[in-house]
Design a protein around this ligand. Structure first.
Ligand code: ATP
Ligand code: MG
Length: 359
């Protein structure tokens, strides 16, 4: 490849959440992706006339690495640096992790990838939790399957036994067995639920979902609870499984009602359903041009500190009688729509945010 060779197609790089630039060995920028453009707050044309070395607080390491990679001394280089967001300003320094790579063997053009260090740690953490969550779900699901069959046998045997027994004292025992078997059965059914029903896809309106959930909850708690709505009605419809999304939102709102039990007695319990559009949302490692956010906010005491970073895991519950499945199911359903759920909680204000990509 010579300097006159056509530049590679850079469009796919615009979909990445990390900053990417193609540069000459002297740092002269040939191509910049959309994320770099956004982060630097400069137009692509301005970037592509500039020099990467001018954008770094300490360009020495970059200069050396570019040279070493270009002449094939090393295949790749990694280091941390500070990006100056406004090329001539000195105040706004963004810590980034830089990865420098050769584009291919024949050219001396160099591909530079930069990732915000904060974002890097967040992505690492998200990836780890996601992996862990998948493994957990798999485990729970297999376990549920294993429990299901013997459970039917136990219940049946207890029923047969009950028919043979005359003593009311002894039938008390068989009743306990039957009752507990039923309870386990319904737990197991809930554990297996997300994998059972087929995905039914249609046009979905997020506000229709909110309204459904709102009326269900108000019917259940007619006194002491206000469910306010704050909708951005410009949010377009999208393709999805309506029932699943209703279930996801309902599980989150139900948790809020549990947390608000005391406030309902006082009469000032409040849940807000708020919808917003966001641009350039990053969900996991994927970047979406448009996404919707549904915030479910409550004025309850907040998520207990001791379980805060585990609430989406199956069987983690902070309340008496809770099975710890509501949020796991909600998350599974939302993830099946390529979305995610986040939680931000302080005493007096807890917000669960469902983020869903829009077409
Ligand atoms: N809005 C909220 N305010 C305070 N704590 C919350 C809130 N939402 C969830 N939690 C905490 O997270 C825990 C897990 O919630 P999750 O819905 O997964 O299970 P659960 O409500 O305990 O049981 P289930 O939903 O299966 O009946 C809850 O037990 C509660 O402690
Ligand atoms: Mg719940």
């Amino acid at each position: 490849m010579t300097a006159d060779d056509p530049l590679p197609d850079f469009v796919p790089f615009d979909l990445l959440a990390t900053m990417v630039a193609l540069v000459e060995p002297d740092g002269q920028c040939l191509l910049a992706n959309a994320t770099l453009e956004n982060t630097m707050g400069l137009s692509r044309r301005a970037l592509q006339r500039g020099n990467l070395l001018d954008w770094l607080a300490e360009p020495k390491r970059m200069r050396e690495t570019l040279r070493a990679v270009a002449v094939n001394e090393v295949a790749t280089g990694r280091f941390d640096a500070h990006l100056r967001r406004t090329p001539l300003g000195h105040n706004d320094l963004l810590p980034v992790h830089v990865i420098v790579n050769q584009l291919d063997h024949r050219s001396d053009r160099v591909l530079v990838e930069m990732i915000e260090i904060e974002q890097q740690t967040r992505l690492d953490r998200e990836e780890r939790t996601h992996g862990l969550a998948q493994a957990n779900k798999e485990l729970v699901r297999n376990l549920a399957h294993e429990i299901k069959n013997p459970l039917g046998g136990i219940r049946g045997a207890a029923q047969l036994l009950a028919m043979e027994i005359d003593s009311p004292e002894l039938s008390e025992y068989t009743n306990v067995i039957i009752h507990e078997a039923d309870r386990l059965q319904s737990l197991v059914d809930r554990l297996l639920a997300p994998h059972r029903r087929p995905h039914v896809v249609s046009d979905v309106n997020i506000h229709e979902i909110c309204e459904r959930v709102r009326s269900l909850v108000l019917a259940e708690f007619p006194r002491g609870l206000a469910v306010e709505r704050d909708y951005d009605t410009s949010i377009p419809e999208f393709r999805g499984d309506r029932e699943q999304l209703i279930q996801a939102v309902l599980n989150i709102v139900h948790n809020a009602t549990h947390a608000l039990a005391d406030r309902m007695v006082e009469g000032d319990a409040r849940i807000v359903l708020r919808t917003r559009i966001t641009r350039q949302a990053t969900i996991g490692k994927q970047r979406f041009r448009l996404a919707l956010e549904l915030h479910v906010e409550d004025n309850g005491p907040g998520v207990a500190e001791s379980i805060r970073d585990r609430i989406f895991q199956p069987l983690v519950s902070g309340r008496e009688g809770g099975s710890g499945l509501g949020l796991t199911l909600a998350q599974t359903f939302v993830q099946q729509h390529l979305g995610t759920i986040e939680c931000d909680s302080v005493p007096g204000r807890t917000v669960f945010t469902i983020i869903l990509p829009l077409p």
